[in-house]
Design a protein around this ligand. Structure first.
Ligand code: RFL
Ligand code: PHB
Length: 389
């Protein structure tokens, strides 16, 4: 088999890139380790930046999102039994879109299928070869057969545990990492959201987040110790703990119900540099991870795709290599700002196991400053709705 761009991973990054390139006449093959249903079963991001929304439209897959997504003009921050609102619209003249990653991925799969895009599922033992020369190729197994794809470029969209990043020799890459001493226990339930906007809560018992997917589908999270398992938490125990961490009037209004998904995600900040090695490019979680506070993971994947897509179009359609040459530099400049924001927001809102009285006072002072200062609120809002590409 031969293609121009071989993409490893059919998560949102790989699908979006393949869809954008196909519409410009650039040929791709996408290799996915799992099945489509498995990818759609993962409950992840819920908040999309304006730049992501624009990219979905450019990819021709924005219609359902536009019709069914929810525009959010602000968010609530709660602490110490107080709450205040960050008004994105007034502070930045922008907003975010609440539309689940599952739906983004579903729309992208539908579009790839309608255009006859090549996605190979259940591939095993992917090996990326020759990217430091002119003639890269990818070898893998599928249904017991050994296969090979020759291509011009390989793009690693295979998430944090994929093979692409590890293909770059240790001596050629540098990794930066911070692991947080807690996780997020998330519950999805077919209940109306407690509030029409998200509530991020710093409570003495730990962080909590009230989010949503639609009018009858809510997503809630609470900070939990890393050694706990989802089965350690009955639904009743989860709701009880959530109510104790959010403002009283929200707790009184909260409608509870059976969980339809319950999972624990660890929190990590991670960046690999550079994001390009020869003819191999890394995008999304393959290159960087943020803690979910601030909703930057999928959105930062989308900005990588934006830079790489434009670099590929410049190369193939205009015979200009500048965009590909500078891909890593441009992507990393924005990645580090998203890392900073997610790290700052995580520190602001979580309780650390070793946190002393002084650290707690600093958190409360930071929150009080945020509540009172328009400048501080503008900084949060500008980052939350998304920095320019
Ligand atoms: P993905 O989604 O991990 O997809 C990678 C794909 O590659 C496949 N793969 C391979 N295929 C072939 N060969 C191999 N060797 C392979 N190894 C892996 C995998 O099966 C998979 O299909 O990465 P991608 O596409 O870069 O997308 C990144 C996003 O999924 C991620 O950043 C977000 O979900 C993060 N995130 C959030 N981001 C936001 O922007 N806003 C949010 O509100 C938000 N909330 C969240 C989140 C992530 C969470 N978890 C569980 C980590 C909330 C949570 C709880
Ligand atoms: C979600 O709805 O899953 C979500 C929303 C905001 C975040 C993280 C996750 O910061």
């Amino acid at each position: 088999m031969r293609t121009q761009v071989c993409i490893i991973g059919a998560g949102p990054s790989g699908l979006l890139l393949s869809q954008l390139l196909h519409r410009q006449g650039i040929d791709t093959i996408v290799l996915e380790r799992k099945t489509k249903d498995y990818v759609l079963g993962r409950i992840r991001a819920g908040v999309l930046e304006r730049g992501f929304v624009d990219l979905m439209h450019e990819a021709g897959v924005g219609d359902r999102m536009q019709a069914e997504g929810y525009v959010h003009d602000g968010t609530l921050i709660a602490y110490d039994n107080r709450q205040f609102r960050i008004d994105f619209r007034a502070l930045t003249d922008s907003s975010v879109m609440v539309y689940g990653q599952t739906e983004v991925t579903r729309d992208l799969y539908a579009a790839r299928e309608a255009m006859g895009g090549a996605i190979l599922y259940n591939v095993e033992d992917v090996q990326i070869q020759g990217v430091e020369w002119q003639t890269p190729f990818v070898e893998f197994h599928q249904a017991g057969q050994c296969k090979r794809i020759d291509c011009d470029y390989v793009v690693g969209c295979d998430g944090f545990h994929g093979v692409s990043r590890k293909t770059i020799p240790d001596a050629k890459r540098q990794e930066f990492e911070k692991v947080y001493p807690f996780g997020w226990l998330g519950v999805l339930s077919e209940t109306p959201p407690v509030h029409h906007e998200l509530i991020y809560a710093n409570s003495e018992r730990g962080f909590a987040l009230c989010s949503m997917r639609n009018e009858n589908l809510s997503r809630y999270y609470i900070q939990c110790p890393l050694d706990q398992k989802p089965d350690d938490w009955s639904d009743a125990a989860f709701w009880e703990e959530l109510k104790r961490r959010i403002p009283e009037e929200a707790a009184e209004r909260l409608i509870t119900g059976p969980s339809i998904e319950k999972s624990i995600a660890p929190l990590r900040s991670f960046v690999t540099e550079p994001m390009r090695w020869g003819r191999l490019f890394l995008c999304g979680d393959a290159a960087h991870i943020v803690p979910p506070t601030g909703a930057k993971g999928l959105n930062t994947a989308a900005s990588d795709i934006y830079y790489l897509y434009h670099g590929m179009v410049q190369h193939y359609l205009h015979k200009d290599g500048e965009g590909l040459e500078r891909y890593s530099e441009k992507a990393l400049a924005r990645v580090w700002k998203a890392e900073r924001f997610s790290w700052w927001m995580s520190n602001l809102l979580h309780q650390y196991p070793d946190q002393g009285a002084f650290d707690r006072k600093m958190q409360l002072a930071d929150l009080a400053y945020l509540e009172q200062s328009k400048v501080a609120q503008t900084s949060l809002a500008e980052n939350y709705v998304g920095l320019p590409y």
